[in-house]
Design a binder for this molecule. Sequence first.
Ligand code: C5P
Length: 234
Amino acid sequence: MSVKDVIIALDFPTKEETLAFLDQFPAGEKPFVKIGMELFYAEGPDVVREIKARGHKIFLDLKLHDIPNTVKRAMAVLSRLDVDMVNLHAAGASEMMKGALEGLTRPDGSRPLLIAVTQLTSTDAAALKNELLIDVPMAETVMSYAKNAADSGLDGVVCSPLEAVLVKEKCGENFVTVTPGIRFADSAVGDQKRIMTPEKAGKSGCDYIVVGRPITQAEDPVAAYRRSVKDFLG
Ligand code: C5P
């Protein structure tokens, strides 16, 4: 089901900056891109339509989490934007995830890939135990959430590249892994803690790598994108 690809995280605050970034690519080169909350809340659905009209595949990273009926209806709206991938929090539980799938499905039966977020990578062991009151180790909750997502019919999860092999073992080879935390061996790590190079990710069960700053902040973003594709696909 999945096709390995590099997704560029368009973490820009405005449409102008986003389009100026995309304008650097030659007309025939259309990277898969991720639009997150910042850009979507600033510019609304029009920015999605505009980037789609330019020929890009889009991962709309809005991480929905609400009661099943609300998520179902919101997903119906998102699927009409003709995006290629959307996501939600697995913490919303299986009824919400199944509702999301129903809402996403278009009249012709097609739908975007639906990906679950398990535990946010910003949640550490102390927060898990003391605030979320989850007493099992982090890895166990991540795998359990991933399995719930798979059993609910979702297509995959966002996970660390270090977890991708384990997710595939637990949820099946066709269960899609979308992995941020990618850095070239010679790029700045920034705030990411558990990182992997595109080359290693390509050999570690990652279906899609999400790459932000190593491409968007590069001196030559097009060259950095091409390097990540070449390294990842091998
Ligand atoms: O710039 P960088 O490569 O770190 O960007 C990674 C992208 O992936 C950002 O848009 C970030 O919000 C997103 N992401 C992440 N870790 C997660 C989930 C999403 O880095 N666990």
